[in-house]
Design a protein around this ligand. Structure first.
Ligand code: SAM
Length: 276
């Protein structure tokens, strides 16, 4: 493999067998591997017999180290960039180095692979044609709820990384702010022994995770259905009202609303408010 410039290499998010052969070749061919935690990455390198020197590149030293690495690459070295898991730069360090390499005219190439956000989306059962990756929600409740409120009308599928320490609170807030009926999929420990993919409403997920500490373990991605398109929702409601009016001629209002809601998808309580 010809090794030039900066190579951004994805590594597994759990199952080491997911490391691509091209990633192994790129890591072997580089003169150095910039990684978040040398001890953590050493285990991966040892497993694949990769002897390339590792150097620590993380949020605390990237400002100072990025220009030095760019100088090395300008002088002819190839540097591979990895993170602890998955795709570097995705909620991980590396942005400064990639930007500095571009600015210096150093070639930047990719060896793509695992990314927890994309893996979660692909198993979520929610639309993947348009999505918004939101990274981690703020740890404090007030800021978290404010962020969720700002996203409440977002029609794209939402993808959040979440810590096991906060997943129960975040799900409760998501259900409260976005609506308990909205669908979500909790994706936990992907590619690992305890991989769990739980599709449900946000209210159900919040209750399930609060009641079952096992669902609060490991690494988690929460995928949330986007807000219903306002125009489509209004059309569904109009159709629901039309069907309800027809059914209510022969059925008790509660029953008519239930059937009209099942036929049209309009919310039952918007059709029948106990006025019949
Ligand atoms: N760069 C990584 C990527 O491409 O996915 C993400 C790094 S971010 C610091 C770590 C977060 O990713 C975890 O807190 C969790 O939300 C998510 N994550 C990583 N591995 C995961 C896995 N195997 N299953 C579920 N979520 C995972």
């Amino acid at each position: 493999m010809t090794a030039r410039g900066l190579v951004v290499v994805a590594t597994p998010i759990g199952n080491l067998d997911d490391l691509a052969p091209r990633a192994v070749a790129a890591l072997r061919a580089a003169q150095a591997i910039a990684c978040e935690d040398t001890r953590h990455s050493q285990a991966l390198m040892a497993r694949f017999g990769i002897g390339t020197p590792l150097l620590a590149y993380h949020e605390h030293n990237e400002r100072e180290l990025a220009p030095r690495l760019v100088e090395r690459m300008r002088a002819g070295d190839c540097i591979a960039l990895v993170s602890d898991a998955g795709t570097p730069l995705v909620s991980d360090p590396g942005f400064r180095l990639v930007a500095a390499a571009h600015a210096a005219g150093v070639p930047v190439s990719t060896v793509p692979g695992a990314c927890a956000a994309i893996a979660a989306l692909s198993v979520s059962g929610l639309p993947c044609d348009r999505f918004a990756f939101e990274g981690f929600l703020p740890p404090k409740q007030a800021a978290r709820r404010e962020r969720l409120r700002a996203l409440a009308a977002e029609p794209r599928t939402l993808v959040f990384y979440e810590s096991r320490h906060r997943i129960a609170e975040s799900l409760a807030d998501a259900a409260a702010v976005l609506g308990g009926e909205r669908r979500g999929t909790l994706c936990r420990e992907l590619t690992k022994l305890h991989e769990t993919v739980l599709p449900a409403t946000l209210a159900e997920l919040a209750a399930r995770v609060a009641a079952d500490p096992e669902q609060q373990l490991g690494e988690i991605v929460l995928v949330v259905e986007g807000a219903a398109d306002a125009a489509a929702e209004a059309a569904r409601l109009r159709e629901g009202e039309r069907v309800y009016a027809l059914l209510a001629q022969d059925l008790p209002p509660g029953r008519a609303a239930k059937i009209a809601s099942a036929i049209t998808g309009a919310p039952r309580n918007a059709l029948y408010r106990g006025d019949g």
